[in-house]
Design a protein around this ligand. Structure first.
Ligand code: SF4
Length: 278
């Protein structure tokens, strides 16, 4: 059986940079605090936690004066100000693509626009971007949600960095029904658009698609959706242990894609396990 791995499977630039920053900081033997999981990959997190990374769920759990790592998703700037005011030290691993979205949101807000973010309102990155606009944005996950919204002035629209371009386009079309003054900033990151284009091509080429990545990873979820939209059998797994022999019955060519938080060793383990199963 042939195995084809998507060219850009695995760690994106922003995640690799965040992990490297954490590893470097941990070399000094200091504890490094992170609000929420540094990346959506439990195995990598466990390795870092053994070296001194501490994952907290609330800013109040960060001791005064400690070293705080902002993950690639970014964060509410008020939380950062608060940590600094308590003597904390900041290591900023906000992905530059996320930073751009934050600055776009801030500019829209400063210019008095009504802001629409095309993204998941519960996702940390979107919560952080909205914070840069003083939490004034309307956050939508589908174009149909626009119908029920009211707008008065100029609308500025941007998106979560891992969003599908098709959804942003649909939202823009709906917004044009609501206003004659629409400013669009496509803040989808390069890695997400590349991975998404790749999986569409891959799914057309193979009999079965395996997508590796955290079940709570936004960008991995989009890859699964896009593969399924090609009507190709698609399995979303986090580790090689989840692979099942019967999935490969009659399969001649399997495609492997992996989300932005998936380390190379996890992809290698999946390839080895598929080879041993088949
Ligand atoms: S998925 Fe895109 S925005 Fe998110 S960390 Fe990776 S490169 Fe940055």
């Amino acid at each position: 059986m042939e195995i084809k791995i998507a060219a850009h499977a695995g760690f994106c630039f922003g995640v690799r940079r965040a992990v490297q920053m954490a590893e470097k900081a941990l070399e000094d033997g200091r504890k490094v605090y992170c609000l929420g999981s540094l990346i959506h990959n439990q195995k990598v997190i466990e390795k870092l936690e053994k070296k001194g990374l501490v994952t907290v769920t609330n800013p109040s759990e960060i001791p005064m004066g400690s070293l705080f790592l902002i993950r690639s998703h970014g964060i509410d700037p008020k939380i950062v100000e608060n940590i600094i005011s308590q003597g904390g030290e900041i290591l900023d691993a906000t992905c530059p693509f996320v930073r751009r979205a934050q600055l776009v949101a801030k500019k829209f807000h400063d210019d008095g626009y009504e802001i629409v973010i095309c993204g998941d309102p519960k996702h940390a990155e979107v919560i952080g971007i909205n914070a840069w606009a003083d939490n004034t944005a309307k956050i939508v996950e589908s174009a149909s949600e626009i119908k029920n919204l009211k707008f008065k002035g100029i609308i500025g629209v941007l998106s979560q960095t891992t969003q599908k371009i098709k959804l942003l386009e649909e939202v823009v079309v709906e917004l044009l029904q609501k206003t004659k003054s629409l400013v669009i900033e496509n803040t989808i990151c390069l890695d997400s658009s590349t991975k998404q284009a790749e999986i569409v091509a891959l799914a057309k080429e193979v009999d079965l698609v395996i997508v590796i990545g955290g079940k709570n990873s936004s960008n991995t979820g989009k890859l699964v959706q896009l593969s399924e939209a090609q009507e190709k059998p698609t399995y979303h797994i986090e580790t090689a242990e989840e692979l099942q022999t019967e999935w490969f019955s009659g399969v001649k060519k399997v495609g492997i894609a992996a989300g932005a938080s998936t380390a190379k060793f996890l992809i290698d383990e999946v390839v080895d396990k598929i080879n041993s199963l088949c």
